[in-house]
Structures are given as C-alpha cells and as structure tokens.
Design a protein around this ligand. Structure first.
Ligand code: DGL
Length: 281
C-alpha cells in the first residue's frame, strides 16, 4: 500500500482548512492528546497513526526513533496532513527539530506545552518530570526548562515498563502500583509539588500515579496544552476547518488492528471505529 492510498478527509487539491491534522505516537498514548484536540476543536478532521508494531520507542536508540518519526511524517503528509502533532515525548525529544526543518507544514511537539503548564502550576518551583528512558536521557525537558523565563528546579525520572502496561490494557493492577511506587521514588523524595506526565501514555495511568504521589501533587498532562497550541497554530496559519462541516477521523496502526480498536475505544472513546492496517515492509 502506498502512503497516499486512503485519507480520512477530502483529497488533494482541496483547500487547506478541510485537510486533516496528522497526529502520531508509538502506540495508543497519543490518543490522550487526540482526545483533547477533538474536545477543543470538534470541527477538525484528524488522522492518527499509532506505530504499535514498533513500540516502545522509549528504550530505542535516538537515531532509530528519529527515522521512525520521519517515516510516519512522510506518510501523514502524503495523506494531505495540514499540520503535524508529534503526540509522543520520545519522538518530540529527538526528532522535533529535524521534522520542522524538513516539512513544509507546521509541526508541534508535546514537551514545551506540558512544561509551560507545569511552570504555571508550581508554587514551590520544584517540578518533577517522568518519561521514557529515551526522553529523560535526551535532556530535552531540562533544555526546555532552561529556556523558560522563571527558574524551576527539575527532577527527572525514567519509568521503564509503564508504556508496556498501558499497551496491554492494564492501567490499574497491583503490579502497576508496585512498579509506580518504585519508579516514582526519586520525584517523591524531591518533594515536587507538580509532576509532568512526560509520556503521552502516562495520563492513562493517572489514577495509579496520583495515588502514589498523593493529593497535594498536581499532575500535568501535556494533552490539553498541546490542543491549545494546535488551535493557535491552525488559526495563525489560516488552516482552521469550517465550523459545522461533517468531521471524520482516521486511524492507522502498524500493529494489530483489533487490539488497537478495542483499547483505542476504551481509552479514547467511540471515535475509534474503523482502524486501517499499515505494514512497514
Ligand atoms: N507515548 C510515547 C511518549 O510520549 C512513547 C512511549 C514509548 O513508546 O516508549 O514518549
């Protein structure tokens, strides 16, 4: 199948605003961002790619994740995406700059929006960030924090294993809780008052993470902030979809379509109906 084989919205030659917003992640996590975009911008057609066949991205070498991000971006652009949302911290951390350099459409990541929200929320200035091994090792959050106007004291912790639990549909078990107790120990010890969920899969574990961190710690998901940034970008570029037009979303996965549909419906909602299979070979 060629990258341009099907598309959820109108075809080439249609005016920009009616084209879909492309959104991708290594799997289901980016659906947390998609939910926020749908809620804020109900008229926008969205095309989601979940690279479930190649997840997790977190433990993989940065070059490999960068290559995956470029491949997916090419696919979404070939299907007329008018804007690209990298709904994956691991890919944002290592590929955002190269995607912006190479693509002719606006590209948005999830790191800066989430950290900006945390900087607004914190009272003590002590902010935690949890993410995949790749995201934390990249130093991308520390660089983004250094670029902020006010100083914040950042404590970062990698949480290997969280993504695998989410992709298996297990978000509440005792095993997840035990793992969370262990992995969140550094941010608890740092007495952060705000915790950035620096992986788009983690909002699906918010109940467990919230239980472990306690009620006084504010959990920040980048999803809502990213949706606000998407709205600002489509408006700034004159790409906002016309109000009231029928909206259809597309879902493509490189993994098992039935699993994606079942878990996607559970995590996102009824919008996940037909799921198209994609093969990289
Ligand atoms: N959801 C992604 C992120 O935000 C990727 C997780 C993974 O595949 O390791 O980092």
């Amino acid at each position: 199948m060629s990258p341009g084989a099907t598309r959820p919205g109108p075809g080439p030659g249609d005016p920009g605003p009616t084209r879909p917003i492309g959104v991708f992640d290594s799997g289901l996590g980016g659906l947390t961002v998609l939910r926020s975009i749908i809620d804020l911008l109900p008229d926008e057609p969205l095309l989601y790619f979940g690279d479930t066949g190649r997840f997790p991205y977190g433990p993989k070498p940065h070059d490999e994740v960068r290559r995956y991000a470029l491949e997916i971006a090419d696919l979404l652009v070939a299907r007329d995406a008018k804007l690209l949302v990298v709904a994956c911290n691991s890919a944002t951390a290592v590929a955002l700059d190269v995607l912006r350099d190479r693509l002719a459409i606006p590209v948005l990541g999830v790191i800066e929006p989430g950290l900006t929200a945390a900087a607004r929320a914190t009272r003590t200035g002590r902010v935690g960030v949890i993410g995949t091994v790749g995201t934390i090792a990249s130093g991308a959050y520390q660089r983004a924090a250094d670029a902020l106007a006010g100083p914040i004291d950042l404590t970062c912790a990698a949480c290997p294993g969280f993504v695998e639990f989410v992709e298996s549909g297990d978000v509440h078990s005792d095993q997840v809780h035990v793992l969370a107790e262990r992995l969140l120990a550094p941010v608890r010890a740092a007495e952060v008052d705000t915790l950035v969920l620096g992986c788009t899969h983690y909002p699906l574990l918010a109940r467990t993470i919230g239980d472990v961190m306690g009620p006084d710690v504010v959990l920040i998901s980048s999803a809502d902030e990213t949706a606000f940034s998407v709205r600002a970008l489509v408006e700034a570029h004159g790409l906002a979809a016309p109000a009231g037009a029928p909206t259809r979303h597309g879902f493509v996965t490189s993994g098992d379509t039935a699993t994606f549909r079942a878990l996607g419906t559970r995590f996102l909602g009824p919008e996940v109906d037909a799921v198209e299979a994609w093969s990289w070979t």
